[in-house]
Structures are given as structure tokens and as C-alpha cells.
Design a protein around this ligand. Structure first.
Ligand SMILES: Cc1ncc(COP(=O)(O)O)c(C=O)c1O
Length: 397
């Protein structure tokens, strides 16, 4: 997730444009802004790069998910199906709207298991939210067809998979809505920021209004604008958007280096008997930000993680016991630690989490190691890293 590895004069120039005019807000002040509309410019460029009709830039990936759900009318009591392996933003965005997160199993793609999704559908289900974790995608054909059959919204969380594709289309542009994060550790970064893509004009208008207090953005007198509905402030600032413009220009070169480094490491690891790799659905191409692989058992995987650390090979993640990404670590969710009262619908669903059988996901996650791919490595460093990884893992097999 290397956007920050490539900061340079391009980012500084963009930020200086904003600082020189002094207009840090994306709306208004037309006469003073030197014709700089950084957020607008980024939205147009990102929509084009991602082959989508509309892009709405916002303050974070978490707010992007919240706004995407809100723009499609998801609200109190509506059920949204999400995976047990993801980032906490998935359930946070759902709960924010009073909707109900329904957590289901993943499979060896490390994303939603379509069969588990089908089994979880009830009359209250409104949306399926696949999360393309660690650079690769859910089985989107299967999920799309389930959503079409049951008339559900398909919302892709592509925050970790910018640049990956499925049947030639950019991840995040395939569902009804797609969300991205530009936080500091993503493929490209604004410092903080997020985006929503959609081809649906109604959702795009609602998203535009919702992220800015419900403003209709008609005319150029902000004080005179009407508010077709309520909203919040999830706006991005011009400074953040400016950084994003420069980063977006670098996206294709970032992806190319990631792929090269990933391939070197994978070619070495695939010679190790006992290592298998995450399944990438047919027609999919990863963004190569992580190399995720499986060892034969939980015990061997724990030993391998220990051996990698002993060999000083950094950035190998064992999500099974990492507090951010897997249900095992979400004690605050499972035990309903909410600052305020939650609805009975939400309480009922979350109370089930401590007794639901997620052993299918456990059996995948407890054998998974994800190895981060950086772009600052020289070819020699990548090759050395690959050999070190091989030796460390072989020492425990
Ligand atoms: C899969 C996924 N979704 C959503 C988010 C939230 O993005 P942000 O940090 O911009 O709120 C993240 C951030 O790590 C993520 O990994």
C-alpha cells in the first residue's frame, strides 16, 4: 500500500496551488480560488480512470461506505450482508445508519462466500457488501447474480484493491456502487480521503448532497441552496484532493512495480511444498499489493509467522489474531460496546455473533499469511526477501 512511498514535487506543486489561493474548501469562493477546483478535478480524473460515470470524493473510506449506503436509501432495520474478514469500517458504516450488519463466512478467495451470502438472505436484506481484501476480489459474477435474483444492492468495498480488475473492469466499478479509501496506507493516498463510484445518477446526486449537509449544490450562492434531505459533513478538503491528483497520475506505475515485486516473491514461494495461494476468481486480476498464501495447518502457520519474524522479514500479517481485520478481534462488536443505545434489531443480530459458527472462515484464516508488497525495494532486495521467506518457512515445514 505504497502511495506514501512516492511523494515528490508533483504532490508539493498541487498542494501549493491550493495554499497560494488560500481556498481550502471545495465549494464556493469562486472569485478567489484562482480557478483551482482540486476535488472536482480529481473526481473527473478518477471516474475516467475507473470507467465510471460518477465519482464523489469524500473524507474517508469509512464515510464513503456510509454515504454509499445512505444514497441508496439504506436505513434503520435494513440488513446488510458483510464478510467476517474485513476492516471494522464495514460494520461501522452500516451501524452509523441504524442498519443491521449480518456477518457471514468467507472462502479461499479471502472474501465473501457466495453460498454463505445466499443462506443469510431474509426479507429484511437490502444490500450485499463484498470487501476485496488485500488486493484481490470476491466472486463478483456469483454475487451479482444473487443480488439480481433477490433485488439487492451490490456495494463493493474496493478500499484495498484499487487497480485490480475483474473481467477487464476496474474493481469498484462493477457493483451498483463502489468505495475507495485514500488514507495514508493505501495504494494512492490523500493523507485522508475516500471516493464513491457509481453509474447510477440518482445515487450520485444523493451522495453529493448527503456528504455536504444535504446541500443541493445548485447555483453559486451556498447560503441560498436548498436541502432536499438531511445529510452530514463528510467533505474532503482541497488540500487532500490536491495530493490525490498527483498520486492518481502515479497509479499505473505503482501497480506495475507491485506486480513485478509480487511475481518475484511468488515464483520463489511456489517452489515450497506445502504453500498454496489464495484463489483469485476466474477473470480477476489482483492489484498485487499483498501476496496471500496458505500453509497446511494453523500450527505450522503460527510457526512460520514466528520464523519470518525471527529472520527479520517484516510486513507479514497473520490476520487471524490481528485485532483489526477478523471477527476474533472485534470484542467491542460482539459484546455490543456502544456509546449510545442501539435498536433491538441491531442488538438481536449482534448478540448472535458469539454463538454463530464461523469455523469455515477460521479454517481459512488460521492458515493465511499476507505479505505486504512495497515498491521502494530494489530488485536485489526483493530477491533476497523472497529467499529469506522461503528459508524461514521451509524451516518449520
Ligand atoms: C477494506 C477497507 N474498507 C474501508 C476502510 C476505511 O478506510 P478509511 O481508513 O479511509 O476510513 C479500510 C481502511 O483500512 C479498509 O481496509
Amino acid at each position: 500500500m505504497p502511495g506514501f512511498e512516492v511523494f515528490g514535487d508533483e504532490e508539493r506543486k498541487q498542494v501549493n496551488d491550493v495554499l497560494e489561493s488560500g481556498i481550502l474548501m471545495r465549494y464556493g469562493f469562486d472569485g478567489m480560488r484562482n480557478n483551482h477546483w482540486k476535488a472536482k478535478e480529481f473526481e473527473i480524473a478518477f471516474a475516467k480512470r475507473m470507467q465510471s460515470n460518477h465519482c464523489q470524493l469524500v473524507s474517508s473510506g469509512t464515510s464513503a461506505l456510509t454515504i454509499a449506503l445512505a444514497s441508496a436509501g439504506i436505513g434503520a432495520g435494513d440488513e446488510v450482508i458483510m464478510p467476517v474478514f474485513t476492516f471494522v469500517a464495514s460494520f461501522e458504516s452500516i451501524l452509523m445508519l441504524g442498519a443491521v450488519p449480518v456477518l457471514v463466512n468467507i472462502d479461499n478467495t479471502l472474501t465473501l462466500d457466495p453460498k454463505a451470502v445466499e443462506d443469510a438472505i431474509t426479507p429484511k436484506t437490502k444490500c450485499v457488501m463484498p470487501v476485496h481484501m488485500c488486493g484481490s476480489m470476491a466472486d463478483l459474477n456469483a454475487l451479482k447474480s444473487i443480488c439480481e435474483t433477490h433485488e439487492l444492492l451490490l456495494l463493493e468495498d474496493a478500499c484495498q484493491a484499487l487497480g485490480g480488475t475483474y473481467n477487464g473492469k476496474p474493481l469498484g466499478s462493477i457493483g451498483d456502487l463502489g468505495c475507495f479509501s485514500f488514507d495514508f496506507v493505501k495504494t494512492i493516498t490523500c493523507g485522508e480521503g475516500g471516493a464513491i463510484l457509481t453509474n447510477n445518477t440518482k445515487y450520485s446526486v444523493k451522495a453529493d448532497q448527503y456528504q455536504d449537509h444535504g446541500h443541493d449544490h445548485v447555483g453559486n450562492d451556498r447560503g441560498a441552496e436548498t436541502h432536499p434531505h438531511m445529510g452530514y459533513n463528510f467533505r474532503i478538503s482541497e488540500l487532500h484532493a490536491a495530493v490525490g491528483i498527483a498520486q492518481l497520475e502515479k497509479l499505473d506505475s505503482i501497480l506495475a512495480i507491485q506486480k513485478k515485486n509480487y511475481t518475484i516473491i511468488r515464483e520463489v514461494l511456489q517452489t515450497v511444498e506445502g504453500i498454496t495461494f489464495r484463489r483469485v476468481p476466474e477473470g480477476g486480476e489482483e492489484n498485487y499489493s499483498f501476496l496471500s498464501f496458505f500453509l497446511p495447518t494453523e500450527e505450522l502457520t503460527k510457526k512460520a509467522i514466528h520464523a519470518l519474524s525471527e529472520a527479520s522479514v517484516d510486513a507479514n500479517f497473520y490476520w487471524y489474531t490481528n485485532s483489526w481485520h477478523y471477527i476474533n478481534g472485534w470484542e467491542h462488536l460482539r459484546n455490543l460496546k456502544s456509546l449510545g443505545r442501539v435498536t433491538d434489531d441491531v442488538r438481536g443480530q449482534l448478540e448472535k455473533l458469539n454463538t454463530t459458527d464461523f469455523s469455515k472462515s477460521d479454517a481459512v484464516m488460521n492458515r493465511t499469511i499476507s505479505s505486504l508488497i512495497k515498491i521502494g525495494w530494489t530488485e536485489t532486495e526483493v530477491k533476497e526477501r523472497a529467499e529469506k521467506m522461503k528459508r524461514a518457512i521451509e524451516s518449520v515445514l
